[in-house]
Structure formats: structure tokens, C-alpha cells
Design a protein around this ligand. Sequence first.
Ligand SMILES: Cc1ncc(COP(=O)(O)O)c(C=O)c1O
Length: 442
Amino acid sequence: MHQRETLKVNGAGHLEIGGCDCTRLAADYGTPLYVFDESYMRNMMRVYKNTIDKNYGGNGLVLYASKAFSCMAVYVIAKQEGIGCDVVSGGELYTALKAGFPADKIYLHGNNKTENELVEAVEAGVGGIIVDSFREADLLDKIARGHNVKQNVLLRINPGVEAHTHAFVQTARTDSKFGFSISDGAAQRITEHVLSLKNLNLQGFHCHIGSQIFESKSFVLAAEKVMDYIAEVKKSLNFTASVLNIGGGFGIHYTDEDPVLTDKDYAGYLDALIEAVKSKASQYGLDLPYLLIEPGRSIVGEAGITLYTVGSVKDIPGIKKYVAIDGGMFENPRYALYQSKYTVVKASDMNAVCTQKVTIAGKCCESGDLIAVDVPLPEVEAGDILAVLSTGAYNYSMASNYNRNFIPQCVLVKDGKADTIIKKQTYEDLVRNDLIPSRLGK
Ligand SMILES: Cc1ncc(COP(=O)(O)O)c(C=O)c1O
């Protein structure tokens, strides 16, 4: 299934998602509104899981990278689909556990996990912790000793492959706040060090080469490099890695500049890297490692859209036309952060012809508060409903209460039914944690 099948134009000329008319959703729940198509998410989880089952004998686990969109309902869906998840903070871990996610299928990431987060993960009995620094290794060893456990860990290593969107580069020395570089010997040093720690059980290695990647070769190259490293430490340290975590990063369609990927394409990425792992294992005479992958964006990205109501329209002749919506960088900061591109449609009249290029402006007090720049759109006026597509990943999870705007509510749609999965905030929510010290008076 692809977004193009998820989204339809109904008889009234309105955009429909998961069988729900977007103008109805806007009327019932208000805007801005995040809408997630449940079937799309489940399908993507299955595509990855089935590929590992079929082509790798089930010797692995899909970990949903929950940083893309973390809330209790999504963990329940992932659990029902029989996959695991990765979390990157105590908050994500808490949310997953609260949703009843099995702890042994949760992996904790982070370049600077706090002591509390490490303690919480050890106490929960997570499946693994991806160690990212010498300090963390020592701290975690101490915590595990205090809890009388031997904690399963992976080491995050940098294979010298960096990928982003359509390009990837091989680098001799990786400049990243994450992980240990193979090329400068840091990976070897931490491997040796962790093997010496009594309360850590080193299972293998993790790498993540970037996000929004379309180039299958970059995943293959990364897998090959980590397998080379596994062979190297087998020889030099007599350590046999039993787990290989290859990270996430599979790209999605935001605009016509991006390819439209099918289930087969996503399975193909995984197949290609599975082949690379098998071929390297056979080259070095290694057992096949247990394979972990961490897709986030590709599971929820195209499953989600955001609905807005148009407010003011400001035409600066010969310069720009701004269409202001009732959202903005507080619910989608990705343009402000990375100049990300989106497709915008007039959900309330999908048959209208695009006659102009407009810039979609948010309502925050920042000139840079834009959602999309110079995008084609039909004529619009106050009250029209717009939809921004492919907003399921890194939108809600990056939202804030900037300007004390509400983080929008999220609904999950399926077969024409919509359910709230994250409630609307209220003004009271905004002041809930505010305190006025008595010395200030009133
Ligand atoms: C370690 C790790 N794993 C997985 C992911 C998920 O990547 P994506 O959402 O592009 O699939 C990320 C994203 O930043 C990451 O840092």
C-alpha cells in the first residue's frame, strides 16, 4: 500500500484518508489536526517483518524507531504486529511500557542518556541498550552491578558511510556526536573496554547512517563495513558478535522530487542488505547475526497528514502570496529546522486546479515560521481546509507549545472511523506546571 492508495478523493471532491472525509474530520475535531492512517502503519510494519521472516529465516526483529511518532496507541499497534521498538529517552520508554509494550523488545538509544534513564531501562529489563560513550559504558556497568544483572548491550559504531536523501558519502573519519568511529580506532577501543566490564554483555554492533535515504547501495555498504568490523574483532579480540543492528533511514515521498516507493521497494532495501550480510558472513565464515532494523519515518511518515483551516491570505504583488493557516512551527517545525519540503493540497476541493504558487505561513511570531514555500495551490480563501501530506513522522514528536499554542490532537483513522489517540490540549494544560513564587505576590 502507498499513500496514494491511502488518500482518495471522494464524490464530494474532498480528500479522504482511511475512509474519512477530511472536511468532516476538520469539522468534528477542529484544526490543526494530525490524522494517522492505521492500515498504512500496520502494512509498513508487516512489509519489514515479512521480509525478515521470509528472507532471513525470522532471525531478526523490526524495531519501530519511535522517535518518529511516540504515543501509547502506536506502541500498541507495533506490539500487535509483533515488532519491537527503539526509544531514545526515559519519556519514550515510559510511554511504551505504559502501553504494555514488552520490555524485552525495547532497545534504548541516545548519545547522552542520563543516569536515571539508564536505571529505568535496566529496571524495566529492556532487550538492549546501545552504548554510545566510554562514560556511559562505565556508568551502565555500575548500575547493572547494583541491580545484580548482566545488561545486554550493543555498541553504536560509525562505519564511515554517511547518507542523506539522494546522496551518500564514504568518509574516512566520521564527524558525528554519535557512536565510535572504526577508522580512528575508537570502535576497537570501546569494544575491548566493554568486553572487560563484568556486568555488560556485549552482543554486537549498531550503526545508523542517516535518514530519508533512497540509495540502496548506502545500506549495503554500511552492512558490509559493519560485517568487516565483526570479522575484524573476531580475529583481534576473539569476540563473536551475535547481533547486528543496521538502523533506519528508509526514505519516503514528500514531494514530486522524491520517488514513490512501493512495498516491494521497501522490501527490496531490506533484501539488499540481507544479501550483503549473508555474503559477508559466508566470506568470513561467520554465523549469521540476529538482525535488527530501526525504521521510523517509513512506517508513520506517509501514514500521517495534517489538516489546517486557511485564515488570512496576503498577496504581495510580484513578490509572494502568503496563505496563513492555524498551525505552524509549533506543530511542524521541519521547514524552520531543515527547509523540508511538503505537498500541500486543498482538501475541501481536490478537483480545483492549481493556478498559483503560494507560501504556507504559520501563526507563530517568527518570520521563519513557514510550512511550505512556493507550492502550487488552487485559489483559496479563509475557511478552506488544507492538508499537508506525509507529516506522520517527526511532526507531532517535534511539536512544542511555542507561543503557548496547543499541540494539536491526533486521530487514528481506519475504515471510515476516527478515534482520538492524543487528546486536545486545553488552556489549563498550558498553565498546569506554572508556579508563582509567593514572594512575587499576585
Ligand atoms: C539510531 C536511529 N535509529 C533509527 C532512526 C530512524 O530513522 P528513520 O526515521 O529515518 O527511519 C534514527 C533517526 O534519526 C536513529 O537515529
